[in-house]
Structure formats: structure tokens, C-alpha cells
Design a protein around this ligand. Structure first.
Ligand code: ATP
Length: 314
């Protein structure tokens, strides 16, 4: 007999649609170390999940298909190159089940924006298909598959605020008293390629024109334990920012507009071109978002808060 408890649901899979919401990430600290032999840079980063979400729905099907709406519709390939499809294949291969599902994505995370939207969709697909197929993997098993899909994918399963090391795939949660930080997100026109940003940083470093690399994350971790956004503002940093500014000089105007609007600090998110601004509170976020939007230095602004949980059903 059908017993609608969690365990049962987990073993048998779900007959109905499974809907998973997954956040975007920003890096509060992105320290880029030396290039490793495997082509990745050694990272020392603090990830932070913010309230801009993609939503992935998984339904039973006879094959594996993907449809989408929202950010990037018409630009983003829906074939095997899509990270949601790759995640479903990876999970099916690991668990020894047929990769049959109808996936639908509602994308709000801008494409190639430095907010890890593709990684978010991979994390969402792992969590959704695990429930749909009843494969019942632990969070750690899912994180293992996630790491093979991309450096940011394990973090997007966990969410919150977390330290990332290795190439970013080794995550451990940052414990802090519950505090919400408020952000304004300035979305740029068009994306930037993450590998290109790392190559540009290597070039600037070889030429001796890159800024000094960030130090340890200790200052930032200390700031997160205090509840004062002015203290946190002084500790945000991104080694890829010089590279993003070099490839997209107009981002300097975006950062200036945020400061002029009264943001406590502004940084390029990840490899850019999205810029994020730390503000005092939710009301300030609305005001700064409107002012930056009016300055005409980005495609649009959004308000967000963090930390929020990673990929979750419901
Ligand atoms: P990151 O910060 O992780 O480097 P990003 O935010 O700069 O990523 P994404 O939106 O994750 O960029 O996408 C980078 C590229 O990944 C896209 O240009 C696209 O070619 C590819 N990609 C594959 N699947 C997806 C997906 N589901 N959503 C977005 N991009 C995807």
C-alpha cells in the first residue's frame, strides 16, 4: 500500500511533477591562486547564495527532454550541452537508472553573468531527478556527482554561505548567527565567458598589471560573524574583477553608479559582468536599485537578500 511518508517517496520516486528552486551565487571573496596542472586555478572563495532563482520541474517521460522559458530563451542550447541535461545523465549513470524525464526550466538567473546560473540548473536537475527516480542519494553523494559537473555545482546544492577551496568544488559551510544581507544586483547586457576572464587575469598577472591578489578569507569570515553591513562592505573582494573590467571597461561606470547611489560596497560577481552592491537594508536596496537603473549603466537592476538555501524541492 502507498504510504505517503518521505522515505517511501524517496525509494519509489515520484509520479507527479517535482519542482526544485535553486538560487544564484555571488562570491563575497574570490581569491584566485596559481594555475594548476589540470588547467584550473586554485581558489579560495566564500560563496553566498542570494534570492534570485531558477526553477526546474521534472516530470516522468519516455526520453530525456528539456524546455525552457525566461532568461536566455532562444540563446541557450537545450541539447546535451545544457548543464541540466548533463546532470540528469550523470545521475542516471551513477544510479544505474534510465535517464527518462521531461525537464522544464524557468530561468531568472542571467546567462553567463557570473552568477553560476548553469551550475544552479545542474544542481536543480540532480535534486529533482533524484526525487523523480527515487534514487535516494545522500546530499554527499549528490555533491560528488555535482563536483564532476562543475566547480560551483556542489555549493548550489548546499546554498547558504560557504567556503570553497580546491577549484571551488570543496565546500564547507560558514557558520554564523542568522543575519540577512541585502544586495542590489546590476545585470549587464550580454555575458562574459568565465574561461576568458581567467585567461585575462593570467595575462594581466604575467604583464604585472593585475592588482595584488587577495589574502586569506579570515577578515571576511570575521566580518560575517558581526551583524554590521559596513564591516562586511570593507571585506568584499574579487581577484577576477580586474580581468572583468579589462574586458568590459564600462563596468567601472556601473560600480561608480552604485557607490554614488549610496551602496556600502560594489564588486563584480565572479567572472562578471553582473555587479552586486551591498546595502544597509531592504528599503535601501529598493532605493539604490532604482537609482542605478536610472543611471543607464546596466540592462536592469534587481534586489536580493542572502544567504538562502541551495537547490530544494517545493
Ligand atoms: P559561472 O559563474 O559558474 O562561471 P556564469 O554565471 O558566468 O557561470 P552561466 O550562466 O552558468 O555563466 O553559463 C555559462 C555558459 O554555460 C553559458 O554561456 C552556456 O554556454 C553554458 N550552459 C550550459 N547549460 C546552461 C544552463 N542551464 N544555463 C546557463 N548556461 C548554461
Amino acid at each position: 500500500a502507498w504510504r505517503p511518508d518521505d522515505d517511501d517517496h524517496h525509494r519509489r520516486g515520484s509520479s507527479g511533477p517535482v519542482r526544485v528552486r535553486v538560487p544564484a551565487k555571488v562570491n563575497l571573496h574570490l581569491g584566485v591562486g596559481p594555475l594548476r596542472r589540470d588547467g584550473y586555478h586554485e581558489l579560495n572563495t566564500v560563496y553566498h547564495a542570494i534570492s534570485i532563482y531558477d526553477e526546474l520541474t521534472a516530470r516522468r517521460g519516455d526520453t530525456l527532454t528539456l524546455t525552457m522559458e525566461g532568461e536566455g530563451t532562444g540563446e541557450l542550447a537545450l541539447d546535451d550541452s545544457n548543464l541540466a541535461i548533463r546532470a540528469a545523465h550523470a545521475l542516471a549513470g551513477y544510479a544505474g537508472v534510465p535517464p527518462h524525464a521531461r525537464l522544464h526550466l524557468r530561468k531568472q538567473i542571467p546567462l553567463a553573468g557570473g552568477l553560476a546560473g548553469g551550475s544552479a540548473d545542474a544542481a536543480a536537475a540532480l535534486v529533482a531527478c533524484d526525487a523523480l527516480w527515487g534514487t535516494g542519494l545522500s546530499r554527499d553523494e549528490l555533491a560528488g556527482i555535482a563536483a564532476d559537473l562543475g566547480s560551483d555545482v556542489p555549493f548550489l546544492i548546499h546554498g547558504g554561505t560557504a567556503l570553497g577551496t580546491g577549484r571551488g568544488e570543496a565546500v564547507s559551510p560558514v557558520l554564523a548567527r542568522p543575519t540577512s544581507w541585502h544586495w542590489v544586483v546590476a545585470v549587464a547586457d550580454g555575458g562574459l565567458s568565465t574561461p576568458a576572464a581567467y585567461r585575462e587575469l593570467d595575462r594581466l598577472r604575467a604583464a604585472g598589471t593585475a592588482g595584488a591578489p587577495l589574502g586569506s578569507t579570515d577578515g571576511l569570515l570575521g566580518a560575517l560573524r558581526q551583524r554590521d553591513p559596513r564591516v562586511l562592505a570593507g571585506c568584499l573582494g574579487n581577484d577576477l574583477q580586474d580581468a572583468a573590467l579589462s574586458m568590459r571597461p564600462a563596468l567601472a561606470d556601473t560600480l561608480k553608479a552604485g557607490e554614488a547611489a549610496g551602496a556600502l560596497a560594489g564588486i563584480v560577481s565572479g567572472s562578471g559582468p553582473t555587479c552586486v552592491f551591498l546595502v544597509r537594508d531592504a528599503a535601501d536596496a529598493e532605493r539604490v536599485a532604482a537609482e542605478v537603473a536610472a543611471a543607464g549603466v546596466c540592462r536592469e537592476t534587481r534586489v536580493a537578500h542572502g544567504p538562502v538555501p541551495g537547490a530544494r524541492i517545493g
